[in-house]
Design a binder for this molecule. Structure first.
Ligand SMILES: [Zn+2]
Length: 344
């Protein structure tokens, strides 16, 4: 049993109602926001990024059962109405969010949410909806997992030699490649993927994969309590692009989704940023936040972990709690009640 798992067991034994009362007494009302990516059963030869799979369908439904017993599930639209009506957070509130817009959100997660009568928020990379394309991290995972050579090297955009047998499993190699991509400027990232694919003799036929949702699916979910939020147009590494492109990614994703759904988009979910120094991070977040506000959103999630307190509520820096497929039931329960003690 890992330390994290052991701690999860101890904390999960504390009833959520007790944990809530203590927190309310100490810090006042708060909102819990969860972050999921994909919900699916991974086949043994799953060729994409495992990290993005947040739960299996059965695991997700167990989590929903636990949530509905102890929380009142809302979305950001309902939060805004509530705040406008009585200026306070609704009591015991929790928001379930999904990032990216993978097709399993509609085909797997949505039927389960509907079965339990729960709303949710899906942040979608608008330019990918209805397209047959792979996100950049899935292309890198695909290269590592379907490589025809065990080792290869590239000379540009950087010199790199990768020996796949030196990794415990292909996903570890994928993680390493994804990590390297996060250090590159956006223009070099595409070249990096192209050169790696050639070096490992992998041909990626993007048209063969229906990875993301279609607009008709989004319209159907929108009509049934699923709030669609923006998550950029093309999901670049957000801190590695120039300010002009950043502005377009923020404002045009809102415009595109609004045009397709015929409804106002009020929430922006900030896509992942790169590996940059702390002061650059601060500068980047300040710029991003300004763009989100001036584009007319009411809320945005940022990169911080934890609960959202009414006392110092900042609608443009909403903290979340990331849920992972390797979270056992006790770890999941502990994360929801004590996220500051379970920081990943
Ligand atoms: Zn994302």
């Amino acid at each position: 049993m890992t330390k994290r798992h052991a701690l999860g067991h101890i904390l999960a034994a504390i009833p959520p109602g007790v944990a809530r009362r203590v927190r309310l007494a100490q810090r006042g009302r708060y909102l819990t926001v969860l972050c999921y990516h994909r919900i699916l059963e991974r086949p043994p030869d799953f060729p994409f990024d495992d990290e993005l799979v947040s739960a299996s369908p059965a695991q997700f439904e167990d989590e929903l059962r636990f949530i509905e017993r102890h929380w009142r599930v809302i979305n950001f639209r309902m939060l805004r109405e509530h705040l406008e009506r009585d200026g306070r957070f609704p009591d015991r509130s929790l928001i379930i969010t999904f990032d990216d817009g993978y097709i399993d959100n509609c085909e797997v997660a949505f039927p389960l949410l509907r079965k339990h009568g729960l709303p949710a928020v899906m942040f979608v990379a608008a330019g990918y909806m209805g397209e047959r394309r792979l996100f950049w991290w899935d292309r890198l995972a695909y290269i590592a997992k379907t490589a025809k050579r065990r080792s290869a090297s590239i000379d540009e955009p950087l010199r790199l030699k990768i020996d796949l047998d030196s990794f415990h499993e292909a996903q570890d190699a994928a993680r390493r490649l994804i990590g390297t991509a996060k250090t590159l400027p956006e223009s070099d990232k595409e070249l990096f993927i192209k050169r790696l694919a050639a070096a490992f003799e992998v041909e990626i036929d993007e048209g063969a994969f229906a990875m993301t949702m279609r607009w008709d699916q989004l319209r159907e979910m929108d009509a049934q309590g699923i709030e669609i939020g923006a998550h950029s147009i093309s999901h670049p590494i957000f801190s590695n692009i120039d300010p002009g492109l950043l502005e377009r990614e923020v404002s045009q994703s809102k415009a595109l989704i609004e045009r397709e759904l015929g409804r106002e988009v009020i929430t922006f979910g900030a896509p992942g940023r790169g590996r940059i120094p702390a002061e650059a991070k601060e500068r980047f977040e300040k710029t991003l936040r300004g763009l989100i506000e001036s584009s007319g959103y009411s809320f945005s999630t940022m990169y911080q972990w934890g609960l959202v307190y009414e006392r110092d509520f900042d609608p443009f820096a909403i903290r979340r709690i990331g849920i992972e497929r390797y979270d056992s039931a006790p770890v999941f329960r502990a994360k929801l009640s004590f996220p500051e003690l379970m920081p990943y």
